[in-house]
Design a protein around this ligand. Structure first.
Ligand SMILES: [Zn+2]
Ligand SMILES: [Zn+2]
Length: 296
């Protein structure tokens, strides 16, 4: 009898631990807004030394990663979160047409609003919190915290507060300052913003990895919404066409499902991100046009 009780007890413990593992995955998507590949991975340690020396070996770098839609902020972010090339106006006046990761995750997994966030450096990014799809929409939106062009330090402060207060499980962070600095046309400001983003991402990595609710069950994506023109197409000040400078982006993925210290040259795009998140958090993206990055 005692053995039977012991067996039942052990089985219960195993079941409980499996449930905990499968329900406790967390995702952070960090978007460095508008940095070219030539100033991220393409420059190795020049502008992103923390990444290059401290983070790179923790995950997989995708070197052949693209925005093949419209290389602007709202379309880029919308395509990342819906897994479909989206073309909403860049002023944030219209939502994506296809359901976002936030809505699919919340509706299918019954996740409360305070666990899902968009933390951004421009008010207009509120427009990606939910789509116009009638089966999803505002009832399943992400929570939103923005500052309006006041810089990445403010965005980071907001993010840390949300992490402490809510312990969110799905967060998109938009680090806007690089794009603002790029548009100013001052090269030093542009690369300084990338350096600062590099530092903040490493700080975030350390915060998350020293927090018992996140260490070992959290996946990080670091990517861009769009790049900026290469020198043959007008240079770094602006962006918005399909030149290599605008379209070739960085993607770094680190977490339990990604090989550490790996480099993938497989052709991938922003559309691969949403299906990957859906696979990790175990929900479906009914409209997504691509497949998961896991194993690519
Ligand atoms: Zn942008
Ligand atoms: Zn361009």
């Amino acid at each position: 009898m005692l053995t039977l009780i012991k067996k039942i007890f052990t089985a219960l413990i195993i079941l409980l631990s499996l449930t905990t593992i499968s329900s406790a995955q967390n995702i952070f998507i960090i978007v460095i807004d508008g940095s070219r590949y030539t100033e991220t991975f393409g420059a190795e340690d020049k502008y992103m030394p923390k990444f290059w020396y401290n983070l790179r070996e923790e995950g997989t770098i995708f070197t052949n990663f693209w925005n093949e839609g419209y290389t602007s902020t709202i379309p880029g972010h919308s395509s990342i979160v819906s897994g479909v090339w989206e073309y909403p106006p860049n002023n944030g006046s219209e939502p994506p047409e296809n359901p976002t990761i936030f809505e699919c995750y919340r509706k299918q997994k019954n996740i409360p609003e305070e666990k899902v966030w968009v933390v951004a450096g421009a008010d207009k990014l509120e427009s990606i919190a939910y789509s116009s799809d009638e089966e999803y929409g505002e009832d399943y939106c992400a929570s939103v915290e923005t500052n309006n062009y006041t810089g990445d330090l403010d965005t980071y402060e907001n993010l840390i507060e949300i992490i402490e207060d809510e312990k969110p499980s799905l967060v998109l962070v938009n680090l806007r300052q690089t794009d603002i600095a790029g548009h100013s046309g001052v090269w030093d400001d542009y690369v300084s913003a990338i350096r600062q983003a590099d530092s903040l991402i490493f700080d975030l990595w350390n915060v998350v990895n020293s927090d018992s609710s996140y260490s070992d069950n959290t996946t990080f994506f670091v990517t861009n919404d769009h790049g900026r023109h290469d020198d043959e197409h007008g240079g770094f000040r602006h962006h918005g066409d399909d030149c290599v400078g605008c379209a070739h982006l960085m993607l770094f993925a680190a977490g339990p499902d990604f090989v550490k210290g790996a480099v993938s040259n497989s052709k991938t795009s922003q559309l691969n991100i949403a299906p990957t998140i859906a696979e990790i958090l175990k929900f479906n993206m009914p409209h997504a046009d691509s497949t998961s990055l896991i194993g690519k």
